[in-house]
Design a protein around this ligand. Structure first.
Ligand code: PMP
Length: 303
């Protein structure tokens, strides 16, 4: 286990010393919401940049509102605690930071307090375009959670149990990961990442009302694709369109850009990561590292 200090209920502690009550709603029922934030080391500038904090905090507040807990902190405090946690560990490399708000104490699934938070960083290297590997996906037999039963718009720990069913099934059947269909039979997303495909030179992604998380990477890639002159359509996606696509990839703060080179054993395009996928990854890595200062509004220097 990586030795690191985390922010836990207002104090910096060794991660192994952070304890929660086994009877807490977070422990018993997964009553927590979280964000996974990436920070990238820019070697030339000798600086560590956090990516799109503002959007992550907005989504954290939305998740709190929807799941019915009060976030005890504002954006300024969240930023301050995040910086404190990273500084105390003195990272000079790419990291991922988990910020989790949870219901502590000895309560039930309907408890609304006490609300606590932890902030835990972990080293995580970026995906290098030159060593990009395509993964195999299957269409899961498990349906994606949906807005009227278990809203995927909320980034709740418990949502990932749906992802788990799909992921374990995919692995059992010899695939790397699942792609979920929604209640209406349309394509939604992966277990922890949103989906794009390329057809006839256009980039296509399901709408935000297609049982998906309101992904920050998805929104970033929509902006970046305009910069490289690629048209984006946001619309419903059929399963069979994936089989016919020239390129398919998943995206997320953790996944960055993950090419999918087969779906249900049907080869996608050339069977290798596609050209648009690779150029978007280059563009994305430039943006997250604040290359050329063009992406100042998306990045915040930690040190
Ligand atoms: N969908 C799901 C289910 C996810 O867990 C994630 C990762 N947070 C994403 C999409 C991508 O979201 P983001 O780009 O904001 O990380």
């Amino acid at each position: 286990m990586e030795s690191r200090k985390i922010w836990f209920k207002g104090n910096i502690v060794q991660s192994t010393d952070a304890k929660v009550n086994v009877l807490s709603p977070t422990s018993q029922f997964g009553l927590n919401i979280f964000e996974g934030i990436r920070c990238y080391w820019n070697q030339e500038k000798n600086q560590l940049f956090a990516f799109r904090l503002n959007e992550h905090f907005d989504r954290l507040f939305n998740s709190c509102k929807l799941i019915g807990i009060k976030c005890p902190y504002n954006k300024q405090q969240l930023t301050e605690y995040l910086i404190e946690t990273i500084r105390v560990n003195q990272y000079h490399e790419d990291i991922a930071v988990r910020m989790t708000i949870f219901v502590d104490g000895e309560g039930s699934w309907s408890s609304v307090e006490p609300v606590e938070m932890f902030i835990a960083p972990i080293t995580r290297k970026r995906t290098l375009p030159e060593s990009l590997n395509g993964l195999s996906a299957c269409i899961s037999t498990w349906e994606r959670i949906s807005d009227n039963c278990f809203p995927p718009r909320v980034k709740a720990g418990a949502n990932y149990i749906n992802g788990r069913y799909g992921h374990l099934e995919a692995l059992r059947n010899g695939y790397d990961l699942p792609i979920f269909l929604g209640r209406n039979g349309k394509v939604t997303e992966g277990a922890g990442a949103c989906l794009f495909m390329v057809r006839h030179g256009d980039l296509i992604t399901p709408t935000l009302t297609s049982s998906v998380l309101e992904s920050i990477t998805r929104s970033t890639l929509i902006d970046l694709s305009h910069e490289i002159g690629i048209k984006v359509s946001v619309r419903e996606v059929d399963r069979t369109e994936l089989y016919l696509a020239d390129e398919v990839f998943l995206c997320g703060s953790a996944a960055e850009i993950t090419p999918i080179t087969s779906v249900d054993k049907q080869s996608i395009g050339s069977g290798l990561p596609g050209e648009i996928t690779i150029s978007l990854l280059h563009k994305y890595l430039g943006a997250v590292c604040n290359v050329g200062r063009k992406y100042d509004q998306w990045t915040m220097s930690i040190y």
